[in-house]
Design a binder for this molecule. Structure first.
Ligand code: CA
Length: 523
């Protein structure tokens, strides 16, 4: 709906439809005299609180936040030599001397495990009493408040909250369809016929049978084909996750629909409809197969995949790779399984040793105020963007710099994994027309499915999960790959496979998953 609102706003020249609702702005500065708070901030783009992880420099966004709030964040990040957030977190916890704020990627699990043990401060009362903007946001999103709770019912971190709905989409070479006189496939049978035609009928016109009908960049994306047989490949925005089926947590790779879907994927692989190098081609698959005019269809990110129409305009004559609606499944169900998750395991928490929890939660709240959210999303007003007719609009120097806007923002200190509400207007401005059209097409249908937002285990549940699940997942993925490649037959092997999963503790894992799920979301 966001895209339609934006279109309307552009026509009406009004902000009333687009501006997120803010409870109230807080009193600034938060403290009369400058207050220094130390921070651990470890994430993919920076290992440390500074541009690109260079903590000798100060983000432009931080400079403005200091002026406004009088709170100065001082880097105290552990594990700066490692890009692995979990390793950095382990190093941090091992010091026993936590900085005032612990932030960055993948903090949910450790914070929810060690918060109840006293390492982090519960935020529920602090938010209630001192953070009207955070409170207003979660009052509108009660399920997300539940999803970030630890097993003791307390909240220990304020998450990074992505905005926007779609992530990946189905893409097809429309010019190949046109060359062969075919329509976009609307269901699984038509999809099969199109892939066969791509394989056999020389849509690239070079006289050779060299086309690769269906390819993917991340091999796991081949599993999206499971959706065509009413099976799931994952329950969340990352691969291989549990999902909710009839109110219970189950694993997609232990369902009969999965067995049948995987059997079909194996057939399509054997028939040469799926890239023979699906598991090995890797991240260059899209560049290579599109650039060489060999690939016909994929499932990949809206924004980046749409860029090829411009990048390859001069190289491949007539090149037109566009999003199309997910084909209907064998039962007539049309879903787009991949979507943005509404909350990430990233964000920030207040450690037990922080002597200024009220000031800190007020500071967290600043980033949920209108002014703070604009700063967190777009950078410094007047430097990277201007307010135009009530809308934050990037300067041409940002949009046309030749560098991705997100990469520029990371160096400004915007879009950093602090706890903040992302604003999709940030991304929409640099989304290409063909992707915008695709997003609007997807918006004409109700395609998205419920996501499993995860659970917080208590100690006993965590022990059981850690004991059994890692080897179960390894086994499931080993069998999955073998079946696709034609080693064994999933239908013949199924009973033995399920027996093996149960022997490995699958039922025990489901039991702790569901007890945690019931505690967190039930009632
Ligand atoms: Ca050919």
């Amino acid at each position: 709906m966001r895209t339609l609102k934006l279109a309307a706003a552009a026509i009406l020249g009004t902000t009333a439809l687009t501006a997120p609702a803010f409870a109230q702005d807080i009193d600034l500065p938060i403290v009369d005299e400058p207050l220094e708070l130390t921070i651990h901030m470890h994430w993919a783009r920076a290992q440390g609180y500074g541009p690109g992880g260079d903590t000798s420099k100060i983000y432009p966004v931080e400079e403005v936040a200091r002026e406004k709030t009088n709170i100065h964040l001082i880097d105290k990040t552990s594990g700066r030599n490692s890009t692995d957030q979990s390793e950095a977190m382990n190093l941090l916890l091992a010091t026993g001397n936590l900085p005032d704020i612990v932030g960055g990627a993948k903090i949910k699990q450790p914070v929810n495990e060690f918060g109840p043990q006293g390492a982090f401060q519960p935020l529920n009362d602090l938010v209630d009493e001192h953070a009207p903007n955070i409170k207003a946001w979660f009052d509108e999103h009660p399920d997300i408040w539940k999803a970030i709770q630890a097993y003791d019912g307390n909240v220990y971190y304020i998450p990074y909250l992505p905005d926007g709905k779609y992530a990946r989409a189905w893409f097809v070479r429309q010019d190949w369809l046109d060359a062969l006189g075919l329509e976009q496939p609307d269901n699984v049978e038509e999809l099969y016929d199109v892939l066969v035609a791509f394989r056999d009928n020389d849509p690239n016109g070079n006289g050779e049978k060299d086309e690769i009908p269906f390819f993917v960049r991340d091999w796991e994306e081949v599993l999206r084909l499971l959706n065509l047989w009413d099976a799931r490949s994952t329950g969340a925005d990352v691969y291989h996750q549990f999902y909710i089926k009839d109110g219970k947590v189950v694993h997609p790779y232990a369902q009969e629909a999965y067995r049948d879907g995987l059997a079909n994927i194996a057939d399509w692989y054997e028939e040469g409809l799926i890239d023979a190098e699906i598991f090995t081609r890797g991240s260059s698959a899209r560049d290579y197969l599109l650039g060489e005019n060999l690939g016909g269809m994929t499932h990949d990110w809206f924004a980046s995949t749409s860029g090829y129409n411009i990048a390859l305009a001069d190289k491949v004559e007539g090149f037109n790779f566009i999003p199309f609606l997910p084909p209907k499944s064998v039962s007539g169900n049309r879903i787009e399984e991949n979507r943005r998750i509404p909350m990430k395991p990233d964000g920030w928490a207040i450690s037990f040793s922080n002597e200024h929890p009220v000031e800190t939660i007020k500071y967290f709240d600043y980033w949920f105020s209108e002014e703070g959210a604009l700063l967190a999303n777009f950078g410094v007003e007047g430097k990277t963007w201007d307010m135009v007719d009530g809308e934050p609009i990037y300067k041409d120097s940002v949009l046309n710099s030749g560098q991705p806007v997100n990469s520029q923002m990371y160096l400004e200190g915007a879009q950093v994994y602090r706890g903040y509400p992302q604003d999709y207007r940030y991304e929409w401005q640099w989304t290409r027309d063909s992707a915008r059209k695709g997003i609007e097409l997807y918006d004409t249908h109700d395609l998205l499915v419920e996501q499993f937002l995860g659970v917080a285990f208590n100690e006993d549940e965590q022990t059981i999960f850690d004991k059994y699940y890692p080897s179960i997942e390894t086994y499931m993925l080993e069998r999955q790959q073998a079946w696709i490649l034609g080693t064994g037959d999933v239908k013949e092997d199924w009973d033995d496979y399920m027996a093996a999963l149960n022997k490995m503790g699958y039922e025990d894992v489901l039991e702790v998953m569901n007890s945690a799920y019931e505690r967190q979301y039930g009632g």
